[in-house]
Design a protein around this ligand. Structure first.
Ligand SMILES: Nc1ncnc2c1ncn2[C@@H]1O[C@H](COP(=O)(O)OP(=O)(O)O)[C@@H](O)[C@H]1O
Ligand SMILES: [Mg+2]
Length: 314
């Protein structure tokens, strides 16, 4: 058996300043952040529901039907949508907000993509079982089982999750991969209602490629999209805050990075932060200042990342 610790990147304890800052800088995700905080808090520690009920609905008992329905859900959260829209960034930073909100420690466990294995019979199933076993052992330590008090929440992030649990309906799918999906579903089912303070977050650019049974089990699915005019303006303004750009330069850049025709899409968040900004700076460096023309030329040369055609690859 492989060393189970190698299935994960180094574990990160939250909150930390770097990730808190990254979380705060994510634009346009306020409603996702608000819903995510609630979902994560009640999935990680259902006793918060009992506290809420006692305050607002005193007749509700701990075995209340409505609360049991919420408690029994699998602690699985799906982040789906376009590339470069903040799925990975949010998955790896929302634990900061959760830690502060709940007043506890959060541990971030990021599964390595290599967990998919090399396709040897039984390998993927074994890797999935090992990964869940290790993370569950750790998560159990976050709850005092005599008092029921939660002191630490463990978040397991499975990025690019379609690589791990693609739909078993795919015709080309190897039987070993199907077995892996079955193993994954069994692990998720065993977490439902277990009371372990553990959350599993899966990110994917291709929601339709995920196995329907995985999608069905998710307590919540969060959809991420490309930035609108206002959101692009916010990213651009923040990035060039100290560059003394004229207001109409920003206006023009917002338009130049938006959809250039009704059926086209505009720049993604990462097109702005990881392509436009560095390219513009390097175009001016080392001798020139950044000008309106330079910015508009760079925007037009780069163009947006094409929309991911989910259907074509499903
Ligand atoms: N909502 C956002 N607000 C600000 N920057 C963002 C946002 N989404 C993505 N970015 C930028 O794009 C980079 C890549 O985002 P990432 O989370 O990896 O995208 P993906 O949705 O493909 O996982 C981030 O590190 C950040 O710089
Ligand atoms: Mg990502």
């Amino acid at each position: 058996m492989p060393n189970p610790t190698s299935l994960f990147h180094p574990v990160i304890t939250l909150p930390d300043d770097v990730r808190a800052d990254r979380y705060a800088r994510l634009v346009g995700l306020d409603s996702i952040k608000a819903r995510l905080r609630k979902e994560a808090a009640v999935l990680a520690d259902p006793s918060t529901l009992t506290t809420w009920a006692a305050k607002n609905h005193p007749a509700v008992t701990p075995d209340d039907q409505a609360i049991t329905l919420l408690k029994d859900r699998a602690p699985l959260l799906l982040f789906a949508g376009d590339v470069g829209s903040g799925k990975s960034a949010l998955a790896e930073s929302f634990g900061c907000d959760l830690a502060t909100h709940m007043g506890i420690e959060v541990e971030l466990w990021r599964l390595k993509l290599s967990t998919r294995g090399s396709g040897h019979v039984g390998e993927m199933t074994g890797l999935i079982n090992s990964a869940f076993e290790e993370v569950t052992c750790e998560a159990k330590l976050g709850r005092n089982y005599s008092t029921g008090k939660v002191t630490k929440v463990t978040i397991m992030v499975i990025d690019e999750a379609d690589a791990l649990v693609q739909s078993r309906e795919a015709t080309q799918m190897h039987h070993e991969d199907r077995a892996g999906v079955d193993a994954f579903l069994a692990e998720i089912d065993s977490l439902a209602g277990s009371g372990n303070p553990l959350l599993v977050v899966m990110c994917t650019n291709r929601l339709t490629a995920l196995d329907p049974a995985v999608k069905r089990r998710a307590a919540a699915t969060f959809e991420f999209g490309r930035p609108n005019d206002e959101q692009r303006r916010q990213v651009i303004t923040t990035a060039f805050k100290n560059y003394d750009l004229a207001a109409d330069t920003i206006d023009k850049l917002v338009i130049a990075t938006g959809p250039q025709a009704p059926d086209r899409c505009g720049f993604t968040y990462s097109d702005l932060t990881q392509r436009l900004v560095p390219t513009a700076i390097l175009a001016a460096y080392p001798d020139d200042a950044i000008t309106t023309d330079l910015l508009l030329t760079v925007a037009s040369d780069l163009g947006p990342t094409p929309a991911f055609n989910d259907q074509a690859s499903a």
